[in-house]
Design a protein around this ligand. Sequence first.
Ligand code: NAP
Length: 270
Amino acid sequence: MRREEKKVALVTGASKGIGAALAGYLLGQGFVVYGTGRNPQAPGGHTSSAPTMLRMDITDPASVRNALAQLLEKEGRIDLLVNNAGLHVVGVLETMPLSEFEKCWRTNCLGALLVSRAVAPWMKKQGGGHIINISSVGGTLGLPFQGAYSASKFALEGLSESLRAELGSFGIKVVLIQPGDIRHQDCRVESPPPEEYAEVYKKVMRVAWDDEEKGYPPERLGPLIMKILAKKNPKLRYGFGSAFQRAVPTLKRLLPWGLFERALRLYYKF
Ligand SMILES: NC(=O)c1ccc[n+]([C@@H]2O[C@H](COP(=O)([O-])OP(=O)(O)OC[C@H]3O[C@@H](n4cnc5c(N)ncnc54)[C@H](OP(=O)(O)O)[C@@H]3O)[C@@H](O)[C@H]2O)c1
């Protein structure tokens, strides 16, 4: 396929983790792939089988504009945006520095909005496109000691519902993916708990980190995204991860809150 016939994809946060795996997968599927990071380096080096990496801080409108201008100057179109860049802030809500709470929200919610706003005019002009926002199971329930993260992903969920409604009539399909634990070391920002929380924090986070270590392989996200792109009318939300973690949002919806809360406490052993 000639380059000008290929679909153009932009994956934010492709310098490592899930984004790097996804960018590599999309390249293999014949996309022209651009990845972003604040300190971009092509995962696997600058070869024809690596995505073109752009420097972009998704929380900075000027940085988003500059990076996108480079992509559009070269390709003249954009078919798929995956808002994947994210920040995992962990700590006690009562005491964590507000700057960390805010950074988490700016990255996980505002950042996705800034990049979506930058690509929307181009997708409208082309008559359509896909914006896929990587949320989390943590965006469907408030996880203990991951409140900043959960709050930011709940915000991303609401933002995506509104964006989908607003952009749908222009042929732009906005979709959310809610991964459970994914097997790889993410770059978390963790504030130490105050003494009175230390014991329960340790118990809860031991379960959380164990889950992440045993998590789902990030390589499986690519096939899910291809499945979504192939659908004429994709759903708003797709689960991704173990069968148990995919079932959590449904369990939360169906179970009485008291029962769900008891199950959560049992699970996290507190
Ligand atoms: N890992 C999991 O178990 C899991 C579970 C559920 C959901 N998720 C979600 O999946 C997505 C990817 O997670 P991951 O675990 O692969 O994360 P990760 O390994 O920590 O990578 C995060 C990526 O985001 C980029 N990034 C962070 N802040 C940025 C900013 N301000 N501007 C631009 N890029 C920024 C980082 O690039 P630079 O540092 O180079 O800027 C990096 O490429 C996130 O949205 C996360 O919330 C992950």
